[in-house]
Design a protein around this ligand. Structure first.
Ligand code: GLY
Ligand code: MN
Ligand code: MN
Length: 441
């Protein structure tokens, strides 16, 4: 059994950085239980992202880091014990010895012992850093333990355990990607961009949205991705005006555009790419006009990515270009500043322009610090994804009805500006139309 992703030493370095910040403190993360699809069939297991970030471990598990609260300081992993019968059915396990030998845990126990060991630590702790868990019953049980150890405190004169949010420590680390992480993100983005490119030069009328979905996901997997990073959107025609459309079961109609939002997950890191292009050989006049506005907004916002810029600032850049375009096309009545102030553009553009990207597609990291928009720094990775959607909310669509366009790239902040990780997916109209001509020839 080997680690998939950074080597064991990189994970140890991350844990050491966290441990250095724990003083009489415990950090506890309960991994999610396996989820049932139906009867005895399970969903594919996706480990807790923070546990994977700190250990590389991909099986169900929980994790505890501690300093000064017990003899068991350092890293404790709670894992499924070896079980030859179970492993025959559902796959190999590292087990308790493997958690130490392969994953570098200082201590390891069975997964069911996590809360007992946590309570032992909390009796000596000042602070519990806890990751609020999607499983409500785990949260309740952890808080019961905190309550119990605090009830004991008055007799000893010690202060109560303070519960703090793990994100204050961990999200900050995850927001800044190191060189090894950026290599994995480059790989996720290269494979995903190549898949988008291949779909542009392969899809023909007569296919359905699910053919496009299958083609992309086939390429992700063949490129070494473990899975799509999120539900693939392959939305033809006015389906593209439904932001989270994932039904993907309609035929592709000649003359319409398809909006594809799809990316693979490679070594635990996500790509997130959107491209919009014609099923036929060319964008028609209305489609081209709207596309050019979105592309101009996207290029302007990408140009704004540099140290010191903010995600709010990028959004403002994109909105200004989009609104100017909508006014020029007669879809909004100017002046531009008034449309921005009144937010009337939100009938056409109702989402934000960027989010953090990393191990999760909507990745960890605060968007504001001390009430102010966070300034970009080298090593942060974000998406830039403006769009325009002429859906039912638009009453005077002027021939643009049913058109939905989004263009999304993944960008890393560098010391001098930015690097677009997904430039392998074409977005200039001329380049797209050349690929469409190849597909249709
Ligand atoms: N694919 C999810 C997003 O673009 O945010
Ligand atoms: Mn996105
Ligand atoms: Mn996306």
């Amino acid at each position: 059994m080997t680690l998939n992703g950074p080597d064991a030493k990189a994970y140890q370095t991350r844990r050491d950085a966290l441990l250095a910040r724990l003083e009489n403190a415990v950090l506890f993360i309960a991994g999610p239980p396996e989820a049932i699809y139906a009867n005895d069939v399970h969903y594919r297991y996706r480990p807790d992202t923070n546990i994977r970030y700190l250990t590389g471990f991909e099986e169900p598990s929980s994790l505890l880091l501690a300093k000064g609260t017990s003899d068991e300081s350092g890293t404790t992993m709670f894992v499924r014990p070896r079980d030859p019968d179970a492993e025959t059915w559902t796959g190999r396990r590292a087990g308790i010895d493997g958690a130490k030998a392969i994953y570098g845990a200082d201590h390891a126990h069975g997964i069911d012992e996590a809360l007992v060991v946590l309570e032992r630590h909390l009796r000596q702790a000042d602070t519990l850093y806890f990751a609020h868990c999607l499983d409500r019953s785990i949260n309740e049980r952890v808080m019961e333990i905190v309550h119990r150890v605090n009830l004991e405190r008055p007799r000893t004169g010690a202060s109560h355990v303070v519960v703090a949010d793990v994100r204050a420590l961990l999200d900050e680390m995850r927001l800044h990607k190191d060189a090894g992480e950026l290599d994995l993100m480059r790989r996720a983005c290269d494979v995903s961009a190549a898949a988008h490119r291949r779909s542009m030069r392969s899809v023909v009328p007569g296919m359905s949205e699910f053919d496009v979905e299958a083609m992309l996901e086939h390429d992700f997997r063949r490129g070494g991705c473990s899975a799509p990073a999120y539900g693939t959107i392959a939305a033809c025609g006015d389906n593209a005006t439904v932001l989270h459309y994932t039904q993907n079961d309609q035929p592709l109609t000649d003359g319409a555009l398809i909006l594809i939002d799809a990316g693979g997950e490679y070594g635990g890191y996500c790509a997130d790419i959107t491209r919009t292009w014609p099923i036929g050989p060319r964008f028609n006049e209305k489609q081209a006009a709207l596309y050019d506005v979105v592309l101009a907004a996207q290029l302007a916002a990408i140009d704004g990515v540099k140290p010191g810029a903010t995600i709010d600032g990028l959004h403002e850049i994109a909105v200004r270009v989009l609104v100017q375009g909508l006014v020029d096309l007669g879809l909004l009545t100017g002046p531009v500043a008034a449309c921005i102030d009144s937010t009337s553009y939100r009938d056409f553009y109702m989402h934000r322009t960027s989010h953090w990207l990393g191990m999760d597609v909507h990745d960890a990291g605060a968007y504001r610090v001390n009430g102010e928009p966070r300034r970009l720094e080298p090593g942060m990775v974000l998406t830039v994804e403006p769009g325009l959607y002429v859906g039912p909310a638009v009453k005077e669509a002027k021939g643009y009805e049913g058109i939905g366009i989004r263009i999304e790239d993944d960008v890393v902040v560098t010391s001098t500006g930015s690097e677009v990780l997904t430039s392998g997916a074409p977005k200039e109209r001329s380049e797209i139309e050349a690929l469409r001509a190849e597909a249709l020839s």
